[in-house]
Write a protein that binds this ligand. Sequence first.
Ligand SMILES: NC(=O)c1ccc[n+]([C@@H]2O[C@H](COP(=O)([O-])OP(=O)(O)OC[C@H]3O[C@@H](n4cnc5c(N)ncnc54)[C@H](OP(=O)(O)O)[C@@H]3O)[C@@H](O)[C@H]2O)c1
Length: 247
Amino acid sequence: MPAKTILITGASSGIGAALARAYAGAGVTLLLWGRDEKRLDAVAVDCRARGAVVAIQVFDLRDAAGFAGLLAEAPALDIAIFNAGLGGSAPADVLAETPEAARALAEVNFTAPVVGANVIAGAMAARGAGHIVLVGSITESFPLPMAPTYAATKAGLKMFAEALGIRMARHGVKVTLVSPGFIDTPMSRKVIEPKPFLISAEAAAAIIVRKIEAGARTIVVPWQFAVIRGFANLLPRALLRAILSRV
Ligand SMILES: NC(=O)c1ccc[n+]([C@@H]2O[C@H](COP(=O)([O-])OP(=O)(O)OC[C@H]3O[C@@H](n4cnc5c(N)ncnc54)[C@H](OP(=O)(O)O)[C@@H]3O)[C@@H](O)[C@H]2O)c1
């Protein structure tokens, strides 16, 4: 791996931790951010053992202004991976999501990556190089009745990634959207419904890193969800809504 400085948010768990370990190696500097210091430390120890230089930052992304300030002070980044996210579905026996849960989802899954990516995009554009990676979800394409806010945050992130990618292209900055299906992490372990095509966080990270390095603009992992989304997009919207209303 050539010398690189890489920021990963949500590096204390799941996909973010697996991405950190996958990128760790000689010449790589990792800035690993999360809330849980103990788990973040454990990931840092593994990454250092693989030869990376690691700095950890314990931070709650719900403080968007503080996040922007910290990022503005960060060293020049080759890759910024905005991966941190909250899962969340509303139980069928409640009428709607709580305002607190909806706000937390919006802040962590949408506001933080959008604010952060804008800060980093400006710095990368000024240097004429860099790569921003936003971790969304395949739910961005499905109006899931069990998770309206989660699906909406990810749909918003998808639009943001595409628009930012067009805006940044002339400045030498790449933007990639990662859309996971089911990846085996603490977040997905809370889902009690069947999880088709589930793969490990390590397998997902290996695919994501390979495709980021190849310059992919969009990454669906595992690939089967790209096929499912393709079929769903062929359905009349009313039929898709009718199917989802029975889920
Ligand atoms: N796993 C899947 O099947 C799946 C599917 C689709 C999309 N995704 C997306 O993939 C990304 C990673 O998810 P994961 O499955 O790896 O989940 P995870 O294991 O629960 O990890 C989530 C990460 O986000 C961090 N985070 C959450 N809230 C935060 C906050 N307020 N401030 C700072 N950090 C915060 C967590 O930090 P702490 O643990 O330190 O609190 C943790 O490092 C998310 O964006 C998720 O939406 C996952």
